[in-house]
Ligand binder design. Sequence first.
Ligand code: ATP
Ligand code: MG
Length: 261
Amino acid sequence: EHLAGHLSTCLKGLDEALFGGIPFGVLTELVGPAGIGKTQFCLKLSFLAALPPSYGGLAGRVIYIDVEYKFSSRRMIEIGMRSFPDVFQKKDMAKEMAGRILVLRPASLSEFTESLHKIKVSLLEQEIKLVIIDSMAALITGEYEQGAPKQHSLGWHISFIKSIAEFARIPIVVTNQVRSRNRNEVSHYSFQGLSCSEIQECSSGYDSHLVAALGVHWAHSVTIRLVLEAKSGQRFIKLAKSPMSPPLAFPFSITSSGISL
Ligand code: ATP
Ligand code: MG
């Protein structure tokens, strides 16, 4: 895989572990329980991708697939203003930055890949520098869990999303929610003939619910997996899968200026 560039997260330790940030051309997944900060992270990345290069950004446009109506342009600008006050000295900058984020709310994965298919060629002209899917599990739930007729298999859609990242040489960042771990809960579960322990091994950071929704194919399709979790009141971001770094964990907090280490 060609990792021709990175989107800096502005989180120093994490950027160093990733040799510059979120890599272009591949899928990066943010996994964690409700409220841990996945969307907050995505808002920050969106701002950073739209930011002028003189501040470390990519001066690009962003496609934000907002499946659960959690995108907030106002919150993104707040994060930006608190992190880069200088940028906003220029008149109408908040409007300009917000205007760089194209928010889409497709009803299904098919609808999403269809629209991605249509704009595939213009991704380069339009200077799209980041695609965010918040969240992938929510996007597939409608058509795959309810057994609606599907034109393509989930594997086809996953391969298509991957090919977009490669073709446009941009990072695609995807969130997925997991249920917070309850140690007293014993689940007897098997998925497509794999036992529970095999599932855990091949999809570290997941719970069986997510494996059931996305399938094992998904777990192997992401190049970087960041697991967000909380232990004794402290949030951590864990580099759970990376071709170039050992597993590392960084404590982080969420303030008015967004995610910070
Ligand atoms: P879900 O899976 O439900 O979408 P998530 O992982 O996307 O959850 P976020 O919405 O990113 O979670 O994070 C929500 C948390 O972010 C809040 O619980 C709060 O702690 C923190 N947060 C949000 N806005 C602010 C703010 N302005 N100042 C400080 N913390 C904030
Ligand atoms: Mg969210």
